[in-house]
Write a protein that binds this ligand. Sequence first.
Ligand code: ADE
Length: 425
Amino acid sequence: MTATSPRLKHEVKDLALAILGRQRIDWAGREMPVLAQIRDRFAKEKPFAGLRLVACSHVTTETAHLAIALKAGGADAILIASNPLSTQDDVAASLVADHEIPVFAQKGEDNETYNRHVQIALDHRPNIIIDDGSDVVAELVQNRQHQIADLIGSTEETTTGIVRLRAMFNDGVLTFPAMNVNDADTKHFFDNRYGTGQSTLDGIIRATNILLAGKNIVVVGYGWCGKGTALRARGMGGNVIVTEIDPIKAIEAVMDGFRVLPMAEAATYGDIFITVTGNKHVIRGEHFDAMKDGAIVCNSGHFDLELDLKYLASKAKEIKDVRPFTEEYKLTSGKSVVVLGQGRLINLAAAEGHPSAVMDMSFANQALAVEYLVKNKGKLEPGLHSIPVEVDQEIARLKLEAMGIHIDTLTADQIEYINSWTSGT
Ligand code: ADE
């Protein structure tokens, strides 16, 4: 159902869900002290006054805190979903009803609606775009070139989006500055690794309620998300197998104590498969054909093309919902394969995404990246820009402080030593 408020344009499922959303947003806030400090400063300084901002992100309790911080800073902000299955409808309702932030997102929206929401976002004529996966920026670059003049710059949350932005830059179409939030240390070390690690297993458990101990769990890809997923899967007692195409990452996985196999072989052993590569069809026909009866497959990478589900559907005589977010493909061969979350990010489809404590740092980076773009308006070259090291370090410092953890500082003698080359053996 599309609700319509007399005050505010929006498309959320049901404004009556706002009460629950408000409670859950408050709960998440307990673990987001860094972003809270930034929000309070923004509220005083109003760095975004008069600016139109679009955020395309998973509409979660954590994103709510980011949107609230940006609005506190004076932004005329609207929010759309960065994935059709990741919206928390109660959060969307609360943002509209309690915070007067227009949200266009509903869990389970079809692709047509998703794309229409991207159009609504661009109709807002943003000066700033916060993107997660680069769908808004790709649409701007492909079909709304005339609006680039309005844009100060964009920020990008995720590895897949960064890969797309690099390709745009190489094709000469990224003609404005884009902040690479993903590669900040306080983002990917924690969000991609511990966030994806925990929330992916959370999604699998919520969808299936299966025991992970003793299962052969195949983690496809050993980037930061794969590292976290493999680590946590092992922690739950799984026998973890990693597949990779990068020789260095493969050695890392071996030395971290995992068995590394090519997918063709891993396919025959796995009870559960988790893709986290950012590439397409990393599990495809020949792999599905080799799987054990009842194998469970899911994806925690940004897009839903890591599993070749078209192939699987073409071999299925029946596709049955067996639990929420759990579909059994009964194949003509007599076997079945169980697909979770329609191959979309399982951590957001069946669970609630990364926990707030890591999103605190990710979204502190987003908030400060937006401020950096605004402060440096007109001065930054087109292309990808790193988050300044001082910003990254400051976020880490604030996080440690909030966690009550103290660290050491260098003595003057040590500073002199590490800055000199004269003393040796
Ligand atoms: N990406 C992964 N987890 C998320 C969360 N909790 N909120 C927003 N984006 C996310």
